[in-house]
Design a protein around this ligand. Structure first.
Ligand code: S3P
Length: 175
């Protein structure tokens, strides 16, 4: 059996892509790569600053450039993408062409809880919004993004993501 060598996690902000991705990478003995972090290092700027100074349009261009760069690198990694990554340019097709995509499907309640608990202010999509505004924004975003997320090859409940279950699904997918 061939191991899936480039695993790409997609899903809403707050769906746990980074936390789950790190655990998964450790289990597989793969590298963990965070797309936003790579952009921040490469551009010497925080994501928030890129949105503020250059605008979302420029951020989406950078996101696609870095995504391509990473996906064309040597295999053996788990990549955590940004919540909007699959929904711009041709990104979801590129992800599916070069990697094995996994959608962390999480209830809005869980996302809201996580976003209001930590770092909502660090996420430019939600900065300055109160809990009521965040839930409206989340509903809108999910409605417009779900179609892309569901193009992922494997779906996993992000409310309780299990490395074991994903491994079983991966093996099934590869056979
Ligand atoms: C975004 C999500 C963020 C980051 C950027 C835009 C989005 O990543 O890429 O702020 O459009 O949903 P997370 O999903 O890790 O929060």
């Amino acid at each position: 059996m061939r191991l899936p060598l480039k695993i790409v996690l997609v899903g809403m902000p707050g769906s746990g892509k980074s936390t789950f991705g790190k655990n998964l990478a450790r289990t597989l003995n793969f590298a963990f790569v965070d797309l936003d972090h790579q952009i921040e290092i490469g551009e010497s700027m925080q994501i928030k600053e890129i949105f503020e100074k250059k605008g979302e349009g420029r951020f989406r261009e950078l996101e696609t450039n870095y995504l391509n760069k990473i996906l064309n690198q040597v295999e053996g990694f788990v990549l955590s993408t940004g919540g909007g990554t699959p929904c711009f340019n041709d990104n979801m097709n590129i992800i599916n062409k070069l990697g094995v995509s996994v959608y962390l499907d999480v209830s809005l309640e869980t996302i809201l809880h996580r976003l209001t608990r930590d770092h909502a202010n660090q996420r430019p999509m939600f900065s300055g919004l109160d809990a009521g505004e965040i839930i409206l924004k989340l509903k809108d975003l999910l409605a417009s993004r779900e179609g892309y997320y569901h193009q992922a090859k494997i779906k996993l409940s992000g409310d309780d993501p299990s490395t074991e279950l994903l491994m079983a699904k991966l093996i099934n997918f590869l056979e």
